[in-house]
Design a binder for this molecule. Structure first.
Ligand SMILES: Cc1cc2nc3c(=O)[nH]c(=O)nc-3n(C[C@H](O)[C@H](O)[C@H](O)COP(=O)(O)OP(=O)(O)OC[C@H]3O[C@@H](n4cnc5c(N)ncnc54)[C@H](O)[C@@H]3O)c2cc1C
Length: 282
């Protein structure tokens, strides 16, 4: 399959907290750099727990000649603290941001001055005008706290109406959920690009646990098949790669504007996926 040049590809990292993690991420970046993504994005802990590490990682990526976008989550924050972060990002001429609500870390009592991501998007636009290209999150299988599918879609639209330029989705393994979500969003007059978030299957047990809490579903057929491999990590890896390759192929061939890969700071599976998708010739 030949993906066209018009597709946009991006890779997400989390900011390492230790010197060892930083070194490992540098190696991962070296391996991923030849794939020439549109941008790398760097997550941000709710309540600002990784704030400095996020900026540090973004600046390091930029020094290597790549475009990098920090995530920014608002839950637990004051308007003043978010304004200070925005100002710092502007000072470094950062122009691309992924704006999120975040989740309240256990033990942190207060939700702060922002309740939802649409309020953050609105605030960024108020404070900085059109300086930032703003991405927001979308949930093809709906956010776990959504009151209903329609309500979640309307809340997604609020973020776009507040000024978001594009969206990246939560990961999913059911391509139909994505295509239906996009169709429903278009019916609500939401026309920004909605880029699928792709989670390669690194560790199936961890993935299953995480998926229950984040609004992503592991289909029964996939769960059963993975369970049948028991401790056979090679088979789990190989099957996971087949499944995710087919998912990406279908998404790209049926109209997705690009792919955003959750790398978990690892390069191996992404590089292999890339080759299978024929993207090296891009
Ligand atoms: C691509 C991507 C990147 C992410 N990166 C990070 C990261 O770096 N750091 C981090 O901490 N988390 C990150 N997350 C996780 C994210 O913070 C959580 O999924 C969080 O629970 C929701 O964030 P949101 O921005 O989608 O919230 P929102 O869009 O605010 O939605 C949260 C919930 O509230 C509802 N809602 C939204 N607006 C309203 C409203 N105005 N009135 C009533 N209800 C409303 C929605 O339906 C939904 O159920 C990421 C998620 C994705 C998909």
């Amino acid at each position: 399959m030949n993906a066209q040049n018009t597709h946009s590809f991006s890779f997400e990292f989390f900011p390492p907290k230790t010197a060892e993690g930083q070194e490992k991420l540098r190696q991962t970046r070296q391996q991923l750099a030849p794939l020439n993504p549109e941008f790398f994005s760097v997550t941000f802990g709710a309540g600002g727990t990784t704030r400095d590490h996020t900026l540090e990682t973004v600046l390091e990526i930029r020094k290597e000649g790549f475009h990098a976008a920090p995530h920014l989550s608002c839950i637990g924050s004051t308007r003043e603290s978010i304004a200070a972060i925005l100002q710092e990002y502007r000072k470094h001429d950062i122009r691309h941001i992924v704006a999120l609500r975040g989740d309240i870390p256990s033990g942190m009592g207060t939700t702060g001055e922002f309740r939802y991501a649409n309020e953050l998007v609105e605030f960024i636009r108020q404070e900085t005008g059109q300086h930032f290209f703003i991405e927001v999150a979308a949930y093809p299988e709906y956010h776990p706290q959504a009151r209903s599918a329609q309500d979640d879609l309307r809340n997604f639209k609020r973020k776009v109406d507040a000024g978001a330029d594009a969206a990246i989705t939560q990961y999913f393994y059911n391509a139909d959920a994505y295509f239906r979500f996009v169709e429903d969003a278009r019916a609500l007059d939401v026309h920004v690009p909605i880029v699928p978030g792709i989670m390669p299957i690194y560790n199936f047990t961890q993935l299953s646990r995480f998926s229950d809490t984040c609004g992503a579903e592991i289909p029964r057929w996939l769960r059963m098949k993975m369970q049948s491999y028991g401790d056979d990590v090679d088979s789990i890896r190989a099957y996971g790669l087949d499944v995710v390759t087919e998912l990406c192929e279908r998404l790209l061939s049926q109209g997705a504007p690009g792919l955003h890969f959750y790398t978990l700071n690892q390069a191996g599976l992404i590089t292999e996926l890339w080759q299978r998708l024929g993207l090296s010739k891009r």
